[in-house]
Design a protein. Structure first.
Length: 447
């Protein structure tokens, strides 16, 4: 409303701050909201999100953009977080393709190590962070501003209506800011760079290995190398939260060697949550469907309460689309084509229930209610999401390496289907219905 009136004075403040390399004190104050990573909330599984001044975020955005452009060519190609045209879906499609592809080979064993850094953002050394930014090519002119941004920060914690006293910080980068993740991406940039099969999403790091069961595993060597790196970087790995997931479809596979960290064996699991998606060792999606429907159903009370308060049908649909449906569609391209008919119906039943609540006594049948609410079936929505994501793969530097060459590039002959992509040979329906082959078929339909 007052954009024109605020533009000039704000520009003066921004220019003065950047020129002098000094961040206003008010911009370095944050109210921290502890957000539970999972429910019920546990003290050691809270994500501290810093709520900072809006004007600070605007100026941070400018600096973050400059830093990203400076270090872009040096950022680890396996880093998917805080990167343009990249998302958790891109990361998970790449990771699951690695597992599905490995499982396609007879006598093969795939393993991934899910690592966890103890309070990763909170323990970053300011001196090391600045040195890393400089070594990666950040322009010297913004370094004083970043130093000021990191030092002498104050925060207080808000829990419910209670507020703690102010506390001055001596280390760490704030979560919930625009610049914080960019700094951390640079901080973790050279972790496990000698290992090709790695996936990073800001502070989440996963190591992988596909091998014949007859060959020796080298995954322990990679974990040892990461431990040495973390000690040097002063970022502590937490053995209690690091896990190992093994994928092997042999009838009687040999037991894989245990993976240890700091002399402690890592927990071997058959299901693990990675970037919000549940992965199973059998590469099925029962747990993912179960947990997402459970979470979505818990939010139905919101629709019921708003319905009793007389909220209109269009507004109830908006609430459903904004707060409930995204839970059922999160990272859909990762698992959509592998869902069974039963799982598809289970997901659809959640939307059917939402329609019953929204329409009340005016509900007749599911197909009619979708028309009344202006909704598509969840299956149609997932198909559309997959089409959009398939197109995005061609534009993202993080997944373009998953795309095979066109038939023209493979055979050198300009035939009718020369622009289509060469599909991988699949031995099992499991691999055929996995993310990458399915998305490649979608891309070929558009050629």
């Amino acid at each position: 409303m007052f954009a024109c009136e605020l533009a000039d004075p704000l520009a003066d403040v921004f220019n003065s701050s950047l020129k002098e390399g000094v961040v206003p004190t008010q911009w370095k104050e944050a109210v921290v909201a502890p957000i539970p990573k999972e429910l019920p909330a546990v003290v050691d599984k809270l994500r501290p999100i810093s709520l900072t001044a809006i004007f600070a975020k605007i100026c941070e955005g400018l600096v973050a953009k400059w830093v990203t452009s400076d270090v872009w060519t040096n950022i680890d190609r396996r880093q998917f977080g805080a990167i343009k045209r990249s998302s958790t879906t891109h990361c998970l499609v790449s990771l699951t393709h690695f597992l599905y592809q490995g499982a396609e080979a007879s006598g093969n064993m795939g393993r991934i190590v899910l690592t966890d850094f103890t309070k990763a953002f909170d323990t970053v050394s300011h001196q090391r962070a600045i040195c890393r930014l400089l070594s990666m090519g950040t322009r010297a002119s913004v370094i004083p501003w970043i130093v000021s941004f990191l030092t002498e920060r104050r925060q207080k914690v808000r829990y419910g209506s209670a507020l703690s006293d102010w506390e001055t910080l001596t280390s760490g980068v704030p979560q919930g800011t625009k610049l914080g993740p960019v700094i951390f991406v640079c901080m973790i940039n050279d972790a496990s760079q000698s290992h090709d099969d790695r996936w990073k999403y800001v502070d989440d790091l996963t190591l992988g290995e596909n091998r014949s069961v007859r060959k020796q595993s080298h995954l322990q060597d990679q974990v040892d190398s990461l431990e040495v790196w973390s000690n040097t970087a002063q970022l502590k790995l937490n053995p209690k939260k690091c896990m190992v997931l093994t994928v092997c479809f042999m009838k009687s596979p040999p037991p894989p060697p245990p993976i240890t960290l700091g002399g402690k064996p890592l927990l071997a699991v058959v299901v693990a949550k990675v970037l919000g998606i549940w992965l199973q060792s059998n590469l099925k999606w029962d747990k993912q469907v179960c947990e997402s429907t459970k979470k979505a159903n818990k939010r139905m009370f919101m629709l019921r309460r708003l319905k009793t308060f007389g909220l209109s049908t269009p507004d109830l649909v908006t609430v459903y689309c904004g707060y409930i449906r995204p839970i059922l569609e999160y990272c859909a391209p990762v698992y959509h084509h592998s869902l069974t008919n039963k799982q598809t119906i289970t997901l659809e039943n959640v939307q059917r229930r939402a329609c019953r609540i929204i329409l009340g006594r005016h509900y007749h049948d599911y197909a009619t209610s979708l028309q009344q609410c202006g909704l598509e079936t969840l299956k149609e929505r997932r198909n559309n999401l997959c089409r959009r994501f398939a197109t995005s793969m061609e534009k993202s530097e993080r997944t373009v390496d998953l795309l095979p060459p066109t038939r023209l590039a493979s055979h050198g002959r300009n035939l009718r289907n020369s622009k289509t992509l060469s599909l991988p040979t699949t031995r099992t329906s499991r691999f055929s219905n996995s993310p990458v082959p399915s998305l490649l078929r979608i891309l070929n339909e558009t050629k």
